[in-house]
Design a protein around this ligand. Sequence first.
Ligand code: BG6
Length: 499
Amino acid sequence: MPEIDIINEPCSEGVAIVIFGVTGDLALRKLMPALYENAKNSRLPSPFYILGFARRPWSHEKMRDVLRQGVLDYSGDKEIDSEILELLLDNAYYIESTFEDEDGYHRLDQALHQLGVQNTLFYLSTPPGLYSTIVENIGKSQLESCQEGWRRIVVEKPFGRDLESARTLDKQLHSVFNEDQIYRMDHYLGKETVQNILAFRFGNGIFEPLWNRKYIDHIQITMAENEGVGTRAGYYDQAGVIRDVFQNHLLQLMALTAMEAPAVFSAKAVRDEKVKVLKSIADFRGQSALENTIRAQYVSGTIDGKRVPSYRDEPNVAPDSITETYLAARLFINNWRWAGVPFYLRSGKRLPHRVTEIAIQYTQVPLALFGQRNLAGDAPNVMVLRIQPDEGITLYLGAKSPGSVMQIEPVKMRFSYAEAFSGDPPEAYERLLLDSLLGDATLFTRSDEVEEAWRLTDGIISAWATQGLGNLPVYEAGTQGPQSAEDFIRKDGRQWRRI
Ligand code: BG6
């Protein structure tokens, strides 16, 4: 392996991010553009080093070339300041090693010493199957650099594949790190609009009094994607939408929507409130899990005028796969604020558009004064928190349309993030990488949250396992989802918002 030839004073203020699996997609598409953006905005500590650790026989130069390309390709339309990018890459080094080889970790340790790094952020950007091995080896090689500095570890989702494996992973992490060093990543929590759920609810006086079972009929949380499984079938076919996004992103959105105001805005207080919500979600077992969920898989169809293949025909998907690519669920939170209010959650791949939103649907007016069920005609008042794209908040109201007849039409009041703050919100990874460097865990999930989410998810998965293969409904790519999901919500006298 090429030597690292920069020698600083030992134990200077140096900070390093060690990216395990630097040759993978996540490092290129998300981590590097986010690090660059933070560097451009002078948010990174100095000196700042990137140490890539992976199996491929790359040189430092080769890794720099690939990472450079990652920033250029995945920074959207943003203009890249090459001087800043090169400064960042000048401090990037590569360690070639298998994840099992202890010698690789010793070389990493030496490199950190040589660079004078005192504070290290380990980032697990590998397939989850390697997490245990890496953590164990970090522990064995006592990768500590200098005693006074900090060491933290970021663990990408999925955190385990069920409650038991999540607990095992947690145990392994805790044998090397303390809880306050562990940052469990759910990138949805880093999205500006997701953080805005709390700002909106607890920074304004007028909404919170209406935020409960008395005024809210139900809540719909939608995370729809028009993309298919892409190149990730190896992972996805084992996970399905329930492990991929329900256990984490969807339940996190639900927890933020439903939680009580924390006593203070601190990592502990926010996470305490979220975990209370997750604990209050009625547990599903057997028949009740089957009655409250719908799953389905996409077959070929047309999206944006283009024909797309069936899930089973995607590369690396088993031809008889029964993995679900669509999930709808009806959950209840058994507490005083929400008892009896259904939360409908749904997510799917190959739906017509990419949209994530939380729609709060208010109750109907008590009397049909204008000959219609509600001021807004058949559509009651809905407040939509749009997470992406077109980030913002829309309130749907009824208004009298001009003319001599008392005719009520639905109208909208809209806050647009881009208009109000001129420009698109920053990427989730920018914020989360920065927070982990600063030691702020508020936007990361705690182990009890992860476990509660698995408790619920495991109940659903084991109920599904009792259903035969023939029972998996399908939906055509580019449509709203399976017919069974329409019937599912219609049974409750409600309907999905259109995607
Ligand atoms: C990831 C899932 O966590 O989130 C992917 O593994 C999904 O399957 C992605 O496509 C969606 O993220 P975003 O930020 O594009 O909504």
